[in-house]
Unconditional design. Structure first.
Length: 145
């Protein structure tokens, strides 16, 4: 996703009239670590402006975090194409049912409200001590047939 701090500084520079943001940052992502500004055609944003923009970007990223988790875990497009093919050509909906079940499992893990147990990526035992017995089995990308 990149640094939201850098994006916030750039957004503030552009909002203040710059064509694009140019500055030198040395060290961690922090306003006080910006050592030089190259923005003759705009005002240098204040720390408050950058903080406000950064907070907005963090809130947006947090609100859509479930989408990024889901995207990594959904079955492949090839698996969907295979399921559609078998359903349409062979009148066999078993692969489509399996595909939908996999999608539903991902949606349960990562609901829109970001209340899912995303800790499976960090801790397979979750945050509540329950051991997950392979909540989503590994399926290599692409068509497995």
């Amino acid at each position: 996703m990149g640094s939201l701090f850098l994006k916030a500084v750039n957004n503030c520079l552009v909002a203040n009239g710059a064509e694009y943001g140019e500055f030198m940052l040395q060290g961690n992502d922090a306003y006080e670590n910006i050592t030089e500004w190259f923005c003759e055609d705009s005002e240098i944003p204040t720390e408050s402006q950058v903080t406000t923009e950064h907070d907005k970007l963090v809130a947006e990223a947090t609100a859509t975090e479930y989408q990024r988790h889901r995207a990594r875990l959904y079955p492949s497009w090839g698996e969907l194409a295979d399921a559609i093919y078998h359903k349409e050509v062979n009148n066999d909906s078993s692969k489509m049912t399996e595909y939908i079940e996999k999608c539903d499992a991902v949606k349960v893990l990562f609901p829109k409200e970001n209340t899912g147990d995303g800790s499976i990526f960090v801790n397979p035992n979750g945050t509540d001590g329950r051991v997950r017995t392979n909540p989503l089995p590994f399926v290599p990308p692409g068509n497995n047939d």
